[in-house]
Design a binder for this molecule. Structure first.
Ligand code: C2E
Ligand code: CA
Ligand code: CA
Ligand code: CA
Length: 279
């Protein structure tokens, strides 16, 4: 048994080491990725349910690693957060997203909104507001065309600070959305305290509205209550016709998901808008 215990210990130690070594190597590559131009953005359309037109796009960060190829955001964003690299990466995303959205607006003559995901670290950055103001000036994108997506937990961390920050952003004309709504622990009535334009119902509920009555009831309640407190409601992760039908019947405002389109490059997106003006 003793022997066995020792082996187990070595086994775990080796596994831990290789895991942290991998993390360490990846973090090191992450540090170089900006300079080496390995990041790029894709944009996923957001559709207005009342007329079927595209009203916005959400910027999704992509990393094409020189040896490992495409690495999923869920793997490298937490690492970027831990290392603090998310601040410089986030600035890059913000700038690129505004620049490319402005380009698409000009090319297609359509006033699209662009949503950018903000991480907790970025939200704590004292220079966030000035960086956003500067980015809008540099890129020419109107403030009301920029939407920032933050999660409930970021708001909950420091309510007063978050209120102050969101009010400042709101004064600039920037839009605000709550991402992954329903997965955290805050209530809708509590969101009233913040100047929020849109809530995005998490895809884990949306994908089950057609098969699980509990999830359908939750989604329905979020739409109704969201409207009562004056917010638009967006459903993310719509994949199936039945989900879409449910959302239409229950008066959801906007939808986003593979059913309509995966995230596309700015070039692919412009092509699609030009070929399909009604889109
Ligand atoms: P998120 O903000 O909730 O973004 C939605 C994710 O769902 C994206 O994954 C998107 O590609 C995917 N998705 C879209 N439609 C569907 C669908 O119909 N079905 C399913 N199953 N998935 C769908 P992605 O691009 O891998 O991003 C994962 C997460 O990484 C994002 O979740 C967001 O939290 C984070 N992220 C992505 N880009 C950025 C960024 O620029 N900055 C920060 N801070 N986080 C980012
Ligand atoms: Ca998002
Ligand atoms: Ca989300
Ligand atoms: Ca489903």
């Amino acid at each position: 048994a003793k022997e066995n215990g020792r082996n187990t210990f070595f086994f775990y130690a080796a596994e831990m080491n290789s895991q942290s070594l991998e993390q360490l190597l990846l973090a090191n590559d992450l540090r170089k990725a900006l300079k080496q131009n390995e990041f790029y953005l894709k944009f996923q359309p957001q559709i207005d349910l009342r007329n079927g037109g595209m009203v916005g796009i959400e910027a999704m960060l992509r990393w094409n690693h020189s040896d490992l190829g495409e690495i999923q955001p869920n793997r490298f964003i937490p690492l970027a957060e831990e290392t603090g690299l998310i601040l410089s990466i986030g600035r890059w995303v913000l700038h690129q997203a505004c620049k490319q959205a402005y380009f698409i607006q000009q090319k297609c003559g359509k006033k699209l909104r662009v949503a950018v995901n903000l991480s907790a670290k970025q939200f704590q950055d004292p220079k966030l507001v000035s960086a956003i103001r500067q980015t809008l000036q540099e890129t020419g994108l109107p403030a009301e065309s920029l939407e920032l997506e933050i999660t409930e937990s970021i708001l909950m961390e420091n309510v007063e600070k978050a209120q102050h920050l969101l009010n400042k952003l709101k004064q600039m004309g920037v839009r605000l959305a709550i991402d992954d709504f329903g997965t955290g622990y805050s209530s809708l009535s509590y969101l009233r305290e913040f100047p929020i334009d849109r809530i995005k119902v998490d895809k884990s509920f949306i994908q089950k509205v057609d098969t699980h009555p509990d999830d359908a009831a939750i989604a329905k309640a979020i739409i109704v209550m969201g409207h009562i407190i004056g917010m638009k409601v967006v459903a993310e992760g719509v994949e199936q016709k039945e989900e879409l039908k449910f959302l239409q019947q229950n008066d959801c405002d906007e939808v986003q998901g593979f059913y309509f389109s995966p995230p596309l490059t700015a070039e692919e997106l412009s092509q699609r808008i030009l070929n399909q003006p009604e889109f």
